[in-house]
Design a protein around this ligand. Sequence first.
Ligand code: GLV
Ligand code: MN
Length: 223
Amino acid sequence: MASLICKYSSCNAIILTLLLLTPFPSHSADPDPLQDFCVADLASNIVLNGFPCKPATNVTSEDFFFDGLVQEGDTNNTFGSQPTLGNVLAFPGLNTQGISMNRVDFAPGGLNPPHSHPRATESGVVIQGKLLVGFITTGNVFHSKILGPGQMFVIPRGLVHFQMNVGEQKALIVTAFNSQLPGAVIAPSTLFAATPAVPDYVLSKAFQVGSEVIDQIKSKFAA
Ligand code: GLV
Ligand code: MN
């Protein structure tokens, strides 16, 4: 085909033109914004993909700043960890910007349990402490490393991952996402604390254990 076309004019010009006409793929997780900002009107009852903008005349500087990640999270819970979410629901100024951040606090031995984000890649930096950070690929390969302050990690979009405090002291990470609302599928609670419950016979078969084991696990996550 190319050799046929090249008979009639310069190959370089044709290849360049074809490249320019080929739409470039988008690699962003969320759609691009169509205006400078669109501070979310979370109270609106208009239903769309994202949130409608509050009127520009009501927007103030305060809409672009957020102090929700200042406070240390309470890690006095089953897992000994606490994510504090800085997504569009907490910080409406993020609406349409395609990004968000969390802080995650860990008690010594605390675990941010295996989970995945269906709508975003995650990157993070350790601010304090020593953490084992790991994820599992779709090919079932486990990648992990122990990180300290200033060290970063990346979790490819949608993959199951965790962080565990393996130091003696408290630990803190800050994470960032290429989505205003990455979502989180938390493996233990998704499987063992869904409403209505996933039937025992499904979980028994999946994990190859008796229903008494399933009930025992379910009881740990009962609300
Ligand atoms: C950590 O994995 C986070 O989701 O903030
Ligand atoms: Mn995560």
